[in-house]
Design a protein around this ligand. Structure first.
Ligand SMILES: Nc1ncnc2c1ncn2[C@@H]1O[C@H](COP(=O)(O)OP(=O)(O)OP(=O)(O)O)[C@@H](O)[C@H]1O
Length: 564
């Protein structure tokens, strides 16, 4: 294992003007090649910065991705790489990192590129998994045996196709709290870290493997509360966001001081990584062994002049931080990139157990679980639930059967092809089964089909009004149970209620999200918020408890507001 020094690459992206920007002066930010000049608020001083890449307002998402592609590709060589977006609120960080379905950003493009790479590989096999953390400040962080800061209970989900990633990631990303501020109608209220784990194994020599990690971090925006018009709650979030970003700045300053003084390791200035969970999680990217790339996002409005200069100053100082990349000998596993628990080294000579999601014969209460591949007989711990052995889990909804495929006679290529076929078939099956699949915006999840018991009245024989009444009563009970923290019982009542109002999308969303929370994909909030919280309206979004807004449910169903 050898070490090479590599500075953090710093890119800048100026977003197009937006009505929220107010007054803009086209000459206040000038980009020329990889240099950028910004005029101060008073208009009497220009600041000049030389960075690695400066993107103007007309740059496309594809071009931005092309500019980070080579960093991402380092992961195929067993490198850890980290790309993070930084900037004032509303400057385009989430647009750059995530983008939209129509105009995808770095995350979806990266996943697509990885799967394209996987299909193109001939003499090696690439396994992929991911984890996602929003609100890292609420997570427990520990030091791993390899000296990395990790979240011990983080779920790592193996993925076998772009579609599989999209389904799970969309659901997980929905948990990221957003709120409307004066500067951004969908302002992210927390940092979000997506990590893709790559594991490449040479088919003819299973002892040769490389493990790389791509960490894509969308930081919450720094905020000036005079501009955001934040209320008390937003202010609290804002203060937490600004504190962690300040610590980020302090970490970079300390690293630079150490570099200037030629200090290495513990001999130099104390680097305050531990002052915030964000900096602990980014430690590998800041002065660690990860190849770092920072994208600083800028908003063009004159009111952001000070933020623009602050952001560019952060870029400038980050640019001089040097990381020490560990260049792995191919035959060794990199100490800095431990395999996530859900991916085990694939031994091409072993008989695989291919866990294939399959429906049980009717009456079915299960949903098709996504496929996962594991080389050992013990099931991998995944984001989709801890019980993956073919039994019902305690929700009674995630049912998985195990088919054992003897692959002794197959070449690796045939094996990969077979696995791909199975995964595609399963995904196709899910898509084509309208009876138990519902669409939640872009997320496709199956709702549990509920078996009728003898006590159940035949729903079809009830009038619309009777169905509404029953649903209302059940939801009311469910809410109480949920409030008491009895999520399992609440869930089963929500499901029963759903039988009476099967077109109620909010209710189906709630059921799905509770299930995801119970399976560990979404953060769990043990209790339903009180009525006054629930009535706070659209500003409160996406956290588990806020789904308990019956006012929302009633919009799509005849269940009347306030009566449940
Ligand atoms: N390059 C771009 N082209 C077109 N629209 C953009 C671009 N960058 C940002 N936007 C739009 O500007 C708005 C704010 O962008 P975004 O939500 O990405 O900001 P942000 O920096 O993530 O904000 P926050 O820190 O508050 O979460 C969004 O409506 C987004 O679609």
């Amino acid at each position: 294992m050898t070490t090479i020094s590599k500075a953090i690459a710093c890119h800048v992206r100026l977003r197009p003007s937006h009505p929220n920007d107010g007054k803009t002066n086209p000459g206040s930010i000038k980009i020329s090649g990889n240099s950028i000049e910004a005029l101060n608020k008073e208009g009497d001083k220009r600041y000049h910065f030389d960075l690695d890449k400066c993107h103007g307002q007309t740059i496309s998402q594809e071009e931005v991705f092309d500019s980070v592609r080579s960093t991402i590709e380092q992961a195929y060589n067993g490198q850890n790489t980290t790309i993070f977006t930084y900037g004032v609120t509303g400057s385009g960080k989430t647009h750059t990192m995530q983008g939209s379905r129509e105009d995808p950003g770095i995350i979806p493009r990266t996943v697509q590129a990885i799967f394209r790479k996987r299909s193109a590989l001939r003499s090696s096999t690439l396994s992929i998994a991911f984890s996602y953390v929003s609100e890292p400040q609420k997570r427990d962080i520990r030091m791993s045996a390899e000296g990395l800061n990790i979240i011990p209970d983080l779920m790592v989900q193996p993925i076998n196709s772009v579609t599989e990633f999209e389904v799970i990631y969309d659901a997980a990303a929905k948990t990221r709290k957003t709120a409307s501020t004066k500067l951004n109608s969908t302002s992210s209220r927390s940092h979000a870290i997506l990590t893709l784990y790559l594991h490449i194994l040479e088919n003819n020599n299973p002892s040769k493997r490389k493990c790389g990690k791509i960490c894509l971090t969308d930081l919450a925006g720094s905020e000036n509360n005079n501009l955001t018009g934040n209320d008390k709650e937003r202010m609290r979030e804002s203060s937490a966001i600004n504190t962690s970003l300040t610590t980020l700045g302090k970490v970079v300053d300390a690293l630079n001081l150490n570099a200037e003084r030629g200090n290495r390791d513990s001999a130099g200035v104390f680097v305050p990584y531990r002052e915030s969970k964000l900096t602990r999680l980014l430690q590998d990217a800041l002065g660690g062994s990860s190849q770092g790339l920072l994208i600083c996002c800028l908003a063009p409005g004159e009111k952001f002049a000070r933020d623009t200069i602050n952001t560019l100053q952060f870029a400038k100082k980050s640019k001089s931080v040097e990381n020490r990349l560990l260049v792995a000998d191919n035959s060794q596993r990199r100490a800095s990139a431990p395999l996530p628990r859900a991916i085990k080294p694939i031994n091409a000579n072993a008989a695989f157990k291919v866990h294939v999601a399959s429906r049980q014969s009717a009456p079915t209460r299960g949903r098709t679980a996504l496929s996962s591949i594991s080389t050992n007989s013990r099931p991998a711990r995944t984001m989709m639930g801890r019980n993956q052995t073919g039994k019902e889990n305690d929700l009674g909804v995630l049912v998985k059967q195990e088919k054992i495929m003897d692959i002794k006679g197959l070449t690796d290529e045939q094996l990969n092809q077979r696995i791909q076929e199975i995964v595609s078939q399963e995904i196709e099956k899910e898509r084509n089964d309208p009876s138990i699949t519902i669409q939640l915006s872009n997320v496709v999840f199956e709702l549990p089909k509920i078996e009728k018991t003898r006590e159940d009245t035949d729903v079809d024989s009830l009038s619309a009004e009777e169905r509404e009444t029953r649903a209302r009563v059940l939801v009311s009970h469910a809410r109480k149970l949920h409030h008491r923290g009895d999520v399992q019982q609440a869930l089963s009542l929500y499901k029963k209620a759903y039988e009476y109002v099967p077109t109620n999308k909010k209710l189906s969303t709630r059921i799905t999200e509770i299930q995801l929370a119970l399976e560990g994909i979404l953060p769990q909030e043990p209790k339903v918020p009180q009525q006054k919280d629930r009535m706070m309206g659209s500003g409160m979004k996406r956290s588990f408890g806020h789904l308990d807004n019956l006012a929302d449910i009633s919009q799509e169903s005849p269940i009347k507001k306030g009566k449940c």
